[in-house]
Design a protein around this ligand. Structure first.
Ligand code: ARG
Ligand code: ZN
Length: 454
């Protein structure tokens, strides 16, 4: 795991890597459903909004939750389920009426008192509590609810959010979020979007955060701990940043460059998609950063290139989201290429130099070329080296073929036309053809779907 995680920490470190990732072969597949996490999510409804109230005791690790889920049925529902790992559910109601419920593996199964008809809007209210746990991913990394020395951090890519939130845990179902977290006075609690209010109630403080733009569940953030919550702005965009005091010094420069990075990325990709920004830096043995919507979380003192990467995800991944996990290249390839282009534009090596150096890797370099970025094959390969590096090389090779101007136009159009929505690799290829006026299907096939060195 650490080999791959290191890449997320210092993407250029891949130059020193050799991994053991092997994948199955393939033609460009158009898969109708989610093959990697078939147990996650429910297609019977579409969530519009989550209104979440959490209470957390850092000392005991005890969480209490009230979760109000506003959804619309996509089919008639006599019963339905939400994803929730562990925790004890104490009540469930649907449209204000007590509902029958039971637990299945990773699920709360709900039978409403009255059947819900297709197209009907309905509201589920759940109460649950317990000690949320961390989740080990297919690739061996940790996510879910991670306890720190002074609080906790919740990160959810790809499926960890169900450790603390009863939700429709699939990126195809995005929703707006209001997340309120009550913690002992003195401790900070940070989530996505803007800070709406902060109220002291007895010995506790309730922090209310709101993210009105559609957000995939894996991008939900909770960070609880010590530090100074600093409010600032980038032009008119408000920012909130919480840095663990232990990492304050080491992260100051990179975190301080966020405004400049947001301006630069807005310049090349179009307006920053959200109404808030910021950063969270916390001490946790996660070994990666995550592009939690509006406010990435860094489980270490980040360097500037990592901030560039997570900020690029606000356009690619957060605003324009995956429909299915095998399309992960659209997140990681685009964010990694952005790092290379940023370096080039800021006095570093050119993206082409980076590409050329990497392209010298022999066809026999195991774990470098495979699995092909557009076809990770298995869940454990989602964050493989090739997803990131071959993925970014694909865009650089495209740049060589069609020119910088057209490549940037493709990326900007992708971010603009699909803002707050979804896209898959086939859509991206179609857009590239349209913008460049070329037939790029063969090119993309070789770079994204064929095994071995392209
Ligand atoms: N999307 C994150 C990043 O770009 C990486 C998340 C890794 N998660 C995992 N379960 N391995 O940098
Ligand atoms: Zn990434």
């Amino acid at each position: 795991m650490s080999r791959i995680s290191r890449l997320l920490v210092v993407p250029f470190a891949v130059l020193a890597l050799a991994g053991g990732v092997v994948a199955t072969a393939a033609a460009a597949p158009k898969q109708p459903s989610e093959p990697f996490f078939p147990r996650s999510g429910n297609r019977g409804y579409d969530v519009k909004h989550y209104d979440v109230n959490l209470g957390y005791q850092p000392r005991s690790g005890m969480l209490t939750a009230r979760d109000v889920v506003e959804a619309r049925a996509t089919t008639g529902l006599r019963k339905f389920s939400l994803d929730l790992d562990g925790l004890k559910v104490t009540s469930v109601s649907v449209d204000g009426e007590a509902a029958e419920y039971s637990r299945g593996r990773g699920k709360v199964k709900i039978v409403p008192a009255t059947r819900i008809t297709k197209g009907e809007a309905f509201t589920v209210e759940l109460r649950y509590q317990g000690t949320p746990r961390k989740v080990i991913d297919p690739d061996g990394s940790t996510e879910g609810w991670y306890r720190t020395k002074d609080g906790a951090v919740a990160v959810g890519e790809p499926v960890g959010t169900a450790a603390w939130l009863a939700c429709n845990n699939a990126p195809r179902d995005k929703a707006s979020f209001d997340i309120e977290i009550a913690v002992p006075a003195g401790v900070k609690a940070v989530s996505n979007g803007r800070l709406v209010s902060r109220h002291r109630v007895g010995g506790r403080v309730r922090w209310s955060w709101s993210e009105p733009k559609p957000m995939a569940t894996y991008l939900a953030l909770v960070d609880i701990g010590n530090g100074k919550l600093v409010q600032g702005h980038v032009g008119k965009l408000p920012t909130w940043t919480l840095v663990d005091p232990q990492l304050a010094k080491a992260s100051r420069a990179a975190i301080g460059s966020l405004p400049e990075i947001i301006r630069w990325e807005s310049h090349i990709y179009g307006p920053y998609p959200f109404a808030a920004a910021g950063s969270v830096v916390d001490v946790a043995k996660l070994e990666y950063a995550l592009e939690t919507q509006t406010r990435p979380i860094y489980a270490f003192a980040p360097d500037r290139t990592t901030v560039v990467h997570e900020t690029a995800h606000q356009w690619f991944g957060d605003s324009v989201s995956l429909e299915r996990w095998p399309n992960i290249w659209l997140n990681e390839g685009l964010a990694t290429w952005t790092q290379w282009y940023y370096a080039e534009q800021h006095g570093g090596r050119s993206a082409q130099q980076v590409f050329a150096e990497l392209y010298r890797r022999p066809a026999s370099a195991t774990g470098f070329w495979d699995p092909p970025s557009g076809h990770p094959g298995q869940a454990k390969n989602l964050f493989a080296v090739s997803t990131y590096v071959r993925g970014a090389m694909t865009l650089q090779a495209l740049r060589t073929k069609i020119g910088t101007h057209d490549l940037l136009r493709i990326l900007r159009t992708w971010a603009t036309e699909r803002r707050y929505g979804h896209g898959d690799i086939e859509d991206f290829i179609a857009l590239a053809n349209r913008v460049s006026g070329e037939h790029l299907r063969g090119f993309f096939h070789r770079w994204l779907f064929e095994r071995g060195k392209p």
